[in-house]
Design a binder for this molecule. Structure first.
Ligand code: MN
Length: 233
């Protein structure tokens, strides 16, 4: 195959204990999937089915030392999340069948331009500009299921400049990983390479240039990112 321009690079994630990388196809994200976070965002967590938005695959970055503060926001927020990496195709899978689709798990940060997201909510407009910007989906190396299995519990945490901001357990997910996979596959064909950011617990908050962010999920991995000055010029 030849192209009229150089083809864009395929985003990918490292895999713990492997040389080969995980190629990224799509990035699905679940909104309001921990009760305390839904409440802190002013929503009632128990009334609604899961809802999904997407980020572009090249928003996924890994192994970077710094992420530039994005343009057009004054309120960049961190959201630490369990990430599911899909390794097998799935259509209309039941929750009972869903684990078989999973290649592995990772730790991601759903970076959010909260002011742009709020303006979109207020105006009844799409979340795109608040959520799907460049570098908005940093992610750890993936932990394969043949090592970790399918953990249903484990501490999930994030600190900013060594101060713990988010501290919860993935067992507190309102919609479990199998339920989320079943929900998405009822509407879209899940394919190998898809990632699912499963939602963030309470404690989201602002980031500033020079901030040092660390996070992790017990048994799955850790992530470390620094925010640098804006490079959008
Ligand atoms: Mn999120």
């Amino acid at each position: 195959m030849t192209y009229v321009i150089d083809p864009p690079a395929r985003p990918s994630l490292p895999v713990q204990g492997r040389e080969a990388r995980f190629p990224v196809r799509r990035v699905y994200c679940v909104g309001r999937n921990y009760e305390a976070h839904a409440r802190e965002m002013g929503a009632d967590p128990r009334r609604e089915p899961p809802f999904i938005f997407q980020k572009p695959s090249d928003a996924v970055v890994s192994g970077v030392t710094s992420i530039p503060y994005p343009p057009q926001t004054r309120n960049l927020h961190h959201e630490i999340e369990l990430v599911v990496a899909i390794g097998r195709r799935g259509v209309n899978v039941s929750a009972a069948e869903a684990d078989a689709l999973v290649f592995g798990y990772g730790v991601g940060i759903d970076l959010t331009r909260r002011d742009l997201q709020q303006a979109a909510k207020d105006g009844g407009k799409p979340w795109e500009w608040g959520k799907a910007f460049d570098n908005s989906a940093p992610c750890s190396a993936l932990m394969p299921t043949d090592v970790i299995g399918h953990p249903a519990s484990g501490r999930i945490w994030l600190s900013v400049n060594d101060v713990i901001k988010q501290n919860a357990d993935i067992s507190e997910l309102i919609w479990s990983v199998p339920e989320v996979i079943a929900f998405i596959s009822a509407s879209m064909v899940l394919e190998p390479g898809d990632l699912i950011f499963t939602g963030t617990p309470a404690g989201v908050g602002p980031l500033a240039p020079a901030d040092h962010i660390q996070g992790g999920i017990d048994g799955i991995g850790t992530i470390e990112v620094r925010i640098s000055d804006s490079e959008h010029r």
